[in-house]
Design a binder for this molecule. Structure first.
Ligand code: NCD
Ligand code: ZN
Ligand code: ZN
Length: 389
């Protein structure tokens, strides 16, 4: 048994000073360590001065594996996740050969089992006619593109009847990339079909409002909270992303809607600097997401409970992922250890992601994940990966 002691742990939506008992890959319980516990302990992990959060869950990443492993692969992408305190990622289907058949899904699962260092789940892509493939694969979630984003030309569906058929055929969560008027459109199709959908990377207050009014869920990407067209001057060609950055006014307005944001998801979408300069859209985000939020907490702009809920418990709830997203007995011992006072400067070439750049280059952030436990093992500590990592 392992014991984590002296930390402040996030439990039932508040921080409490209790110890966490861990057996193999699971949390055994939470409480005060007694003498007989100490005799049973094989390892005592001192979390003095640290907050302990459930390992974070990022429901929107592009790990590019297989097909574009020069941008990222299952190993580099999951190292980036673990460095950022994230222990579960949900990978998008817009690979060069999109994940729209059972064979492609199985191929990804096999590669991930071999190469990934944390928990990776897969969104399965919708096409105009892959209804049988979806039935065969029976995935946990679908991704539907109504927009011709990166590598999604063949995935893009605009015909309302086809969207409706996908919704009626599938009763688990469908994630939708919709922009502008399509957000309203897809939410009303969902209402008509009596389905709840999840809107990806909602960039504005208006879109958040639509998702809430129609009883659906949303995710917001850190770059829409922390960057605006004002930053385009400095970022130049690197500023391209779908949905595009909004004005400073719209960005600030998004902050008025924090309570209606269901979860934070990075939309980690790595491209090389050469590709960015040639117009590729997308930002890496796994290693900066939590720190940006903690920095905002340190500036009294956000509540720490809000951050923990939006980055762990809510994503698990939305996608119905059992035994992750909380510190509770029976749950996986996936944990992020946070030092709220730790300051660091974002430097692309020091990141784990293969793309080696960040739209937050040079930014000083206060608050960082300093240790990550995945399934009962400390795998990352102070910038280093432990053992086989
Ligand atoms: C994503 C990518 O590069 O795969 N790009 C982006 O700008 N967000 C695709 C997407 O999520 O739309
Ligand atoms: Zn998208
Ligand atoms: Zn994306």
């Amino acid at each position: 048994m392992k014991i984590i002691t002296n930390g402040k742990i996030f439990f039932k939506n508040q921080f409490i000073e209790e110890d966490i008992f861990i057996e193999k890959d699971r949390i055994l319980g939470i409480g005060h360590t007694q003498k007989h516990d100490l005799r049973m302990a094989t390892e005592i992990i001192d979390a003095k001065g640290l907050l302990v959060l459930p390992g974070l869950i990022d429901v929107h990443v592009h790990l590019r594996d297989p097909g574009q492993t020069y941008k990222e692969d299952f190993t580099s992408g999951t190292r980036a996740a673990l460095a950022g305190g994230i222990t579960t990622v949900m990978d998008m289907p817009n690979n060069t050969k999109p994940t729209v058949t059972l064979d492609r899904l199985e191929e990804k699962e096999e590669w991930a089992a071999e190469k990934a260092l944390c928990d990776v789940r897969f969104h399965f892509g919708c096409t105009n006619n892959n209804f049988n493939e979806i039935k065969q694969a029976n995935p946990n979630s679908l991704k539907l593109y109504m927009f011709k984003t990166t590598q999604a030309q063949d995935l893009c569906i605009t015909d309302e009847k086809i969207i409706e058929k996908h919704m009626l055929n599938f009763n688990k969560k469908i994630v939708v990339h919709a922009e502008d008027n399509d957000v309203e459109k897809v939410c009303s199709i969902a209402q008509k079909c009596k389905r709840k959908i999840h809107l990806a990377h909602t960039p504005t207050r208006k879109q958040i409002d639509i998702t809430k009014r129609t009883g659906n869920t949303n995710e917001v990407a850190p770059h829409h909270l922390f960057l605006s067209t004002k930053d385009q001057e400095q970022l130049g060609k690197l500023s391209g992303v779908h949905p595009h950055l909004r004005t400073e006014e719209e960005r600030k307005d998004l902050w008025n809607k924090l309570d209606d944001i269901d979860c934070i998801a990075t939309d980690h979408a790595p491209h090389t600097l050469e590709e960015k300069r040639a117009g590729a859209a997308g930002f890496p985000g796994l290693e900066t997401s939590l720190s940006l939020m903690l920095d905002a907490y340190n500036k009294r702009l956000m509540n720490i409970n809000w951050i923990a809920g939006r980055m762990s418990e809510n994503p698990a709830k939305i996608f119905n992922l059992p035994h992750i997203g909380r510190i509770e007995s029976g749950y996986y011992a996936n944990l992020a250890f946070i030092d709220l006072k730790k300051e660091w400067v974002v430097k692309g070439n020091e990141l784990e992601t293969k793309c080696k750049w960040s739209p937050f280059e040079g930014k000083l952030l206060k608050g960082k994940n300093v240790r990550t436990m995945y399934k009962g093992k400390l795998v990352y500590e102070n910038g280093e990966f432990i053992d086989a990592y």
